[in-house]
Write a protein that binds this ligand. Structure first.
Ligand SMILES: Cc1cc2nc3c(=O)[nH]c(=O)nc-3n(C[C@H](O)[C@H](O)[C@H](O)COP(=O)(O)O)c2cc1C
Length: 446
């Protein structure tokens, strides 16, 4: 029998009004979709039809007049995912929640609730927030520095995962005859006091069928990569050329191995939004149609968001890109580095940078067969373990599910059906052992 081939992991990122500042202007776009439950439910139904591993709801907590349409008016992730849990059966449900502006007790409780509501399908994308203006919405005078945010993230994740283990398996006895509701020996108090956090516990909700929610991260900087390689089950990464993706993949997997982990239990998932046409020419025409929705003014506004709201409209757009990189470093550091590299290597003008980053074309424009070829190539060439897929234009995600997924299935690199009932089952990840149970077992053995 032939050895089974490595399987792609796929997620779907739902961005109602569109991925960019201008996608909403497409004739078929639904500008109000970011707060339209029916739109989300239909996207979830399609993703489950396509046997996707998970849905992903990204988030941030600071808007201004320059924010993109989807950011301006959208659902809170855990709330929408809880509703989607009720209309789906198999798919994982991953929410972004920031460690910089959320109490760990609340976060642990919300995600544990989602995990129970969904029968063990919750995931958490651990972010530190890249928009500096967020501090002003949370009674804070300043946004923490990039490296401090990652130190906080590490401590925070310890606390949340510790809280999730508060109740050991079998703790809730519910014995009506004896009147024993729970076994106090199996209820544990965290008692955490650290550099940033002081959390006693226990948490007021037990573990779900998958033990703990699946951990996602999207670190791209040095600090980010180490954190993700050490702690995450899956890592999001921006779209890039295959060669760069391979370098990132090799680097992060090596770091994971260095931390004593099995690199195959850490999934690297670039974000992309394929543009599919029945012919190559049709796909290219669709890409052009999307690019033409962008004005240079919108592109400059979008660029400014990652540079602490720097006003790029004051420069000559046809002159070389201005030296303002320091403004981006405390925000999304890796995106700023990427821009700096492109500017240096290709001597780009401000106009070129703004338009390129406003609607990145990406590597995935073509026929269903060509998109499937690329997915397979990236999987085989260790560029990724799968992808988190957004929708570039209305109808494109449906095309992907109906036309690309069957090709991947025929090639034996994608599931025909869900393997299990929890998110961890479907990713092939073990249920994490409860730390308190493990400690008791270790003490008993010693
Ligand atoms: C696919 C993808 C999704 C992301 N989703 C979010 C998000 O929902 N919220 C957020 O604040 N940052 C998000 N980020 C940004 C990361 O949290 C991080 O700031 C970024 O990758 C830069 O990494 P660095 O801080 O290590 O430089 C995302 C990044 C990627 C690649």
């Amino acid at each position: 029998m032939a050895t089974p081939r490595k399987q792609l992991k796929l997620g779907h990122m739902i961005e109602g009004a569109g991925r960019t500042w201008t996608d909403w202007r497409h004739p078929d776009a639904q500008p109000g979709a970011s707060t339209d439950f029916a739109y989300y439910a239909e996207s979830a139904r399609l993703a489950e039809q396509g046997k996707f591993d998970f849905l992903f709801i990204a988030d941030s907590l600071s808007i201004n007049a320059k924010s993109s349409p989807h950011y301006l008016n959208r659902f809170e992730p855990v709330t929408i995912l809880s509703a989607l849990a009720a209309v789906t059966q198999h798919i994982g449900l991953t929410a972004t929640i920031t460690v910089s502006y959320t109490e760990p007790f609340n976060l642990a409780r919300q995600l544990a609730s989602l995990d129970h509501i969904s029968g063990g399908r919750a995931g958490w994308n651990v972010v530190t927030s890249w928009l500096e203006g967020t501090a002003e919405n949370f009674s804070k005078s300043e946004h923490l520095a990039h490296d401090v945010r990652y130190r906080l993230a590490a401590e925070y994740l310890d606390v949340v995962q510790g809280l999730w283990d508060s109740w050991e398996d079998g703790a809730l006895v519910h014995d009506k005859a004896s009147g024993v509701f729970f076994d106090p020996d199996k209820l544990n108090t965290l008692g955490h006091k650290g550099e940033f956090l002081s959390v006693k516990g226990p948490l007021n909700i037990a573990r779900s069928r998958q033990g703990q929610p699946v951990i996602f991260q999207a670190g791209a900087s040095e600090d980010g990569r180490n954190f993700a390689a050490k702690r995450a089950d899956a890592i999001f990464v921006g779209d890039s050329a295959l060669q760069d993706a391979q370098a990132y993949y090799a680097d992060v997997k090596a770091r994971a191995a260095g931390f004593g982990r099995d690199p195959d239990k850490l999934f690297i998932l670039p974000a992309l939004a394929p543009i599919i046409g029945s012919t190559e020419a049709e796909a290219e025409a669709r890409w052009q149609e999307r690019a033409e929705l962008v004005s240079i003014e919108a592109a400059l506004g979008m660029l400014g968001r990652g540079f602490n709201d720097h006003d790029f409209s004051v420069y000559d757009v046809n002159a070389p890109f201005p030296d303002v990189f320091t403004k981006g470093f405390n925000s999304s550091q890796s995106a700023t580095v990427k821009i700096a590299k492109a500017v240096q290597e290709e001597n780009l003008t401000l106009r070129q940078v703004a338009l390129r980053f406003a609607t990145p074309r990406g590597n995935f424009v073509g026929t269903p067969e060509q998109i499937a070829d690329k997915f397979e190539q990236w999987l085989d060439a260790k560029g990724s373990d799968g992808f988190v897929i957004g929708q570039a234009l209305p109808g494109q995600f449906k095309l992907l599910v109906e036309e690309v997924i069957p090709i991947l299935q025929r090639r034996g690199i994608y599931r025909e059906d869900y393997e299990g009932s929890t998110f961890r089952d479907n990713l092939g990840l073990d249920v994490p052992t409860n730390r308190y149970t493990a400690a008791k077992v270790a003490r008993a053995v010693a």
